[in-house]
Ligand binder design. Structure first.
Ligand code: NAD
Length: 980
């Protein structure tokens, strides 16, 4: 007998499949239909495709034919676009599309969605069984923003199962659909996207998220066991992969589920670590003595995984080349087939080569046809399904049920898949690729994952990647260690290296449990301040005259030390100011970024700028230090802001006195020590914690202070500006004052906004770190029809937030900074409750101890109400109604502040309008208003939110430098260097 050649057999089977499909076209490419025409245009013109997909995405949110028409115009008839004339003219005339678009898009969605409700889908499923096509049903709905939505999703699954149960009892046994090589298999097959089952699912809360999923999935699994259904857990984004697998293992090992149901999970072959995952899944299945299914897919989130990884500076988790994914797919399918029945294989691909390879591999292992199942997507690849069924294989259609709105993300993904250059269906049915190309053996890819381009300053420090279990274990340990060993630190005043422990000290308390003293801080008196200023005056010039590169190198060294101590510094923040794990980690990363960025900036400015090209003169604009500065810092970004302000002033060639906020001295002291260790001379940096209101003015008013860098509240900032303006006797410099102050930031939600995104963005911006970010959203201004749906979801989303101590990663909302702040916020809520509608106030859910304030939403707020005008600096959100987008922007601008603002809109015209008219220092479009990154979102406000150039931006350093223009006459007795 001839030796079995896997490659030859793969080609033979592939050829057979291709021949059997000859002359057929999948319905999505059928040009007799609107979808087919659209697909053709999309494939021909990437710009059209982009607008088309964007339009499809916004379409369900458009509630009137006017809205449809205006969006069509905005997307397809902008100047410079060269789309087919028929489209442009038709849209402009308002005739071509607006009448039929709705019907056509519904039809397009219908192509991929089996029904808007289970009943509709049941008709389709019955028909499928008659055509010898098995099914797995998935309910649309990818994002639950609240627990009520998540619970509703769970209920919908349970209802769906009841319906299917009733249906299945009427079916007669089907030899191919209802049996595999081990015997009968469930007729009912359900697929679940787990993210919809728990609204607070998050990588940073890995363990608890898996636990919650187990809890939410268990009733579904138990019911499946009763009715004999199989359940498959889908995989979504990489951020949820380990959570999903962990939940799956818990279900696998759950004693109540020992006897069933049949369960399975997805493996995505585009993931570089999928082989390790598969090994673990097989190991666990064997250990649990359960024969599970693996649905092997290529992966549907390639673009977003790549973009997300680049944005975060994390390793890209997916293969870059399609051929490498295909190669891995074949490797994984082989591993599954060789598992000797421990796991069963479902090949979920429309790629004939991948299908043929699995068939050939199964043959090589002597497995019967029914040992492998092929899965296809509803509404796609009909010729492939038909062929496989004819060849005697079991084919299961992934059948999606649900409404248009949650369905759009799904639809866009399917459209992307089918129109992408990499799509097998496109290659075969549109491009008509040769058989050899279609069936070519895929190649492995050994190249390392790509790294995004690094900016000259080095780029942002990647945040801790919580998607993996190790950082969780490590940080939990760090927190425990901190609690055991690092509490109660004694912080001195330090003048020129002299540490002064004083009799007057102030405790820094853990806001979640004020019994816990994080640190005890000595307080500087006026003599200390005077001494520090005098000392600085003497020494600053020498420091200023050192080469900029020396100073920059010290900053880089400090960045390195900080990076080595990242976890400890984050733990300190968790205790000192009650930052959540993620927020604390991000603050340390930002501090490191400031050091690296300003080091680069100092070097960039050092050579000076040549002005003018005229011969006979040489003009050079150079920068030098100003002298001695006071750094007055807030507590809310307890390491990043103080580090940014201090590092910038130092590297620019100045001496500084660092005055930390009273509630975060330990974080500031950690920075101070790091800077000294890195090599900042002790003569030019002094640590002067003091009571701002009492001793602070001395810092500001002293004749020998040349500049003040302040970040904090408007009241204090304005007071400092006024004091600094008064010229003292003997003063030799007009004081420069950089003040970054408060905000009353608004997010505008347009009536076409993606509400999933808008609700999540607003909740995170309003309640993250308890609303104590200068960039926090405190007003949500909602346009027109979006109001009711937005507020209903917002309230439920707020109700779903976990409140509690920041030591647990489960809690998004912790305590506010101190008792004074807590009392003030409670007072404001009480007062506003008298005359406003309370949407929700989580007063009842606050822990008994600690400085907690309730996340609160007020509805229908008049824009001039105190709650809409004053900075509260706590978890309080005012929702305001506007009838038009322009009115919303007007309301947003109508406060004294102008720090951050955001807009959720899918109207290009409105986005342009916001760019032009939204009067803020930092404007965010289609994202929340917090989380600026150094070097990318240079940060700082306008109006009463601040005077100064943006932190983390290219203008910042110059504020601490005196520019000097030197002009040399280069002519000597009639000759100049240029003419020689
Ligand atoms: P705060 O104004 O109470 O204190 C800021 C600093 O000033 C502290 O170190 C404080 O001790 C000191 N201080 C107080 N009175 C002083 C005085 N009379 N003279 C000199 N120093 C004095 O602010 P905070 O509570 O620490 O921080 C919260 C405020 O900071 C909010 O208003 C927030 O919006 C703002 N903030 C703004 C930005 C920004 O970039 N715009 C960033 C973070 C925080």
């Amino acid at each position: 007998m001839a030796r079995f050649n896997l490659e030859e057999r793969t080609f033979e089977l592939g050829k057979d499949i291709l021949e059997r499909m000859e002359g057929e076209t999948p319905s999505i490419f059928d040009k007799q239909w609107w979808t087919g025409v659209m697909m053709e245009w999309c494939m021909k013109d990437p710009a059209f495709k982009l607008e088309m997909f964007r339009f499809v995405d916004v379409f369900p949110q458009l509630r009137s034919s006017d809205a449809i028409s205006s969006h069509l115009k905005e997307y397809f008839t902008r100047p410079g676009q060269s789309f087919p004339k028929t489209i442009q003219l038709g849209i402009k005339a308002g005739s071509f599309f607006s009448g039929t678009i709705e019907k056509n898009l519904q039809r397009m969605a219908r192509q991929f969605v089996a029904g808007e409700n289970p009943e509709e889908a049941f008709t389709v499923i019955n028909k499928m069984r008659n055509e010898s096509l098995a099914f797995t049903v998935d309910l649309l709905g990818e994002k639950s923003v609240s627990e009520s939505e998540a619970m509703d999703y769970q209920r919908r699954y349970l209802d769906l199962m009841e319906g299917l149960h009733g249906l299945a009892t009427k079916w007669t046994d089907h030899p191919t659909l209802d049996h595999d090589d081990h015997g009968p298999i469930p007729r009912i097959n359900i697929s679940i996207k787990v993210s919809s089952l728990y609204s607070q699912i998050s990588a940073v809360d890995l363990d608890n998220s898996a636990k919650m999923l187990h809890e939410r999935l268990k009733p579904i699994f138990l019911r499946a066991k009763d009715i004999g259904a199989a359940i498959m857990l889908d995989l979504e984004h990489y951020a949820l992969k380990n959570i999903t697998y962990e939940a799956f293992y818990r279900l696998l090992e759950d004693p109540d589920l020992k006897q069933g149901p049949e369960m399975g999970v997805v493996v995505q072959a585009y993931l570089r670590d999928s082989a390790q995952d598969l090994d673990e899944i097989i190991k666990r299945a064997k250990k649990a003595k359960k024969r599970i299914s693996i649905r092997l897919v290529k992966g549907a989130y390639w673009d977003s995984e790549t973009v997300h990884a680049h944005q975060q500076h994390w390793q890209v988790p997916v293969y870059q080349e399609k051929t490498a994914t295909d190669h891995n797919f074949e490797h994984l399918s082989t591993v599954i087939l060789k598992s000797k029945g421990a796991v069963k294989l479902a090949i979920a691909s429309h790629n004939v080569r991948s299908i043929a390879h699995a068939m050939a591999q199964a043959e090589a292992l002597g497995l019967p046809k029914n040992a492998v199942e092929f899965q296809t997507l509803f509404g796609m690849a009909e010729p492939i399904k038909k062929t496989l069924i004819k060849m005697g294989y079991r084919v299961r259609d992934y059948t999606t049920v649900g409404e248009m709105v949650p369905g759009m993300a799904y639809l866009v993904r399917r459209l992307l898949e089918n129109t992408s250059n990499e799509s097998f269906l496109r290659a075969k049915f549109v491009e008509g690729d040769s058989r050899e190309r279609l069936l070519a053996q895929p190649q492995p890819q050994n190249a390392p994952p790509p790294t995004p381009p690094t900016p000259p300053w080095g780029g942002n420090t990647p945040l801790t990647d919580w998607r993996f279990p190790e950082p969780h274990r490590d940080f939990s340990k760090t927190l425990l260690n901190f609690e055991k060993k690092a509490l109660g630190q004694k912080i001195p005043v330090v003048i020129a290296g002299d540490k002064r422990h004083k009799t007057t000290v102030e405790p820094s308390l853990y806001p979640a449990d004020p019994q816990v003293v994080v640190a005890e801080c000595a307080l500087a008196d006026s003599a200390d301040i005077a001494e520090a200023i005098a000392h600085s005056r003497k020494h600053w010039l020498r420091w200023s005259q050192r080469p900029a590169q020396d100073r920059a190198d010290i900053l880089r060294k400090a960045a390195k030390i900080m990076n080595d101590r990242r976890a400890d510094l984050a733990a300190l923040q968790v205790f000192e100011v009650a930052k959540s794990w993620e927020e604390a980690d991000a603050d340390v990363a930002e501090a490191i970024d400031f050091l690296n960025y300003y080091a680069y900036e100092a070097e960039r400015l050092a050579p000076g700028i040549r002005l003018g090209e005229e011969p006979g003169e040489h003009n050079l604009l150079t920068y030098q230090g100003l002298g001695v500065g006071a750094i007055i810092a807030p507590w809310n970004f307890p390491l990043a802001i103080v580090t940014g302000m201090t590092a910038a002033a130092l590297v620019a060639g100045n001496a500084v006195l660092v005055k930390p906020a009273r509630t975060s001295p330990a974080c500031a002291y950690a920075m101070f020590e790091i800077l000294l260790k890195a090599g900042i001379p002790k003569d030019v940096i002094h640590f002067v914690p003091c009571v701002g209101a009492q001793v602070g003015p001395l810092l500001v008013e002293d004749k020998d202070i040349d500049f003040i860098t302040f970040t904090g509240s408007m009241e204090v900032g304005i007071d400092i500006l006024q004091r600094a303006a008064v010229v003292q006797s003997g003063q030799r410099n007009v004081k420069r004052v950089v003040t970054e102050m408060g905000g009353k930031n608004a997010i505008v939600i347009d009536d076409d906004a993606d509400l999933d995104e808008a609700v999540t963005g607003v909740v995170k911006s309003a309640f993250g770190f308890q609303g104590q970010k200068c960039s926090a959203c405190s007003r949500a201004i909602v346009v027109g029809d979006a109001y009711d749906a937005f507020t209903a979801r917002l309230i439920e989303a707020t109700r779903s937030l976990h409140i509690g101590p920041p030591t647990s990663p489960r809690n998004l909302v912790g305590p506010v900074i101190d008792e004074k702040s807590q009392q003030r916020i409670m007072g404001i809520i009480e007062e506003a409750t008298q005359d406003l509608t309370v949407g929700i106030c989580r007063k009842e859910d606050l822990p008994a101890h600690g400085y907690y304030a309730p996340p609160t939403v007020f509805l229908d707020c008049p824009p001039q109400h105190r709650i809409c005008q004053e900075e509260i600096f706590g978890p309080v959100l005012a929702v305001i109604k506007a009838s038009t987008f322009e009115e919303a922007i007007g309301i947003a601008n109508d406060t004294a502040f102008g720090l951050t603002g955001a807009v959720f809109s899918r109207s290009p015209l409105h986005i342009d309008y916001a760019r032009m008219h939204f009067d803020v220092g930092n404007l965010y479009i289609n994202r929340g208003s917090t989380g600026a990154l150094v070097g990318r979102q240079a940060f700082g406000g306008s109006k009463m939110s601040g005077v100064g150039s943006k932190a983390g931006g290219p203008d910042y350093l110059r504020q601490f430098m005196a520019p000097k223009c030197t002009t040399e006459n280069t002519m000597r007795r009639g000759f100049s260097p240029e003419t020689l």
